[in-house]
Design a protein around this ligand. Sequence first.
Ligand code: NI
Length: 129
Amino acid sequence: MHFNAAHKLYNPKWDEEKNIEVFGKCANTNWHGHNYELIVTLKGEVNEDTGFLIDAKLVCKILDEQVCEKLDHKNLNLDVEFMKDTMSSTENLAIAIWNQITPHLPPNVKLHRVKLFETPRICAEYYGN
Ligand code: NI
């Protein structure tokens, strides 16, 4: 899946100087954006009748409703309820996406991995826990 979002990395416990020292351009006051790419891996037993683990249409629906619609063209720091009071790093966003998806999967399907690209060369993978 794909979504665009704005954010900044800024720890309110620190002063401006410390934030720029740690986060550099990512702490830019007036935000910056990323074209995020999200890859989700599911696991479980294949259904004998369908040959599917899960219907791909259902996966798209869950990811659209629970992730993309809530993140696409949003400001992660200001607009997204499930990122409130969380540093909007790739790591934290991958964990938050995991938590958004898992309650909506059918009981026979487990989430195995959330892989989130913030840039073509920077990504985070989360396997739960
Ligand atoms: Ni960034």
